[in-house]
Design a protein around this ligand. Sequence first.
Ligand SMILES: [Zn+2]
Length: 156
Amino acid sequence: MLTAHLPSGYVLGRLMPRRVAAVMGAALVGAMLPDLDMIWFHFVDAGKWHHHVYWPHLPWVWAVAALVALPLLAWRGLLVPGLAFFAAIFLHLALDTIAGGIAWAAPFDTTLYALVTVPARYSHWVISFLLHWTFLLEVAIWIWAAALFLGRRRAA
Ligand SMILES: [Zn+2]
């Protein structure tokens, strides 16, 4: 997924039961956080490996983190923001699974599983992704988020 992680977090935040700033903030941060590994990918590893093999894109890492963090957050009265954060993380990973590939079986198997393979039809991979039908899903997420945002503004 190239562009729709942030609006997907917004949609998730709007669908959460408690619509408070902490819940929306947790959803927005969680929806974007795994892609922070792009910094390491570009500036340290110089693009040697697919960034989806780094720990921020590994579901088992976040599952363990959720198992540890959610009871502590619940104890501190922050269960809903915590759930929003981890739901957004797994939403990010699910959306990346459409065409990018995620190692869902790691640490036992590091195969990157993707629902669709985007063929490299154009000179730059970004153009291949932008002109592939899966990009329509991103457009749909943007439209959904915009409709929710504009509907909220109209109601206010
Ligand atoms: Zn990602």
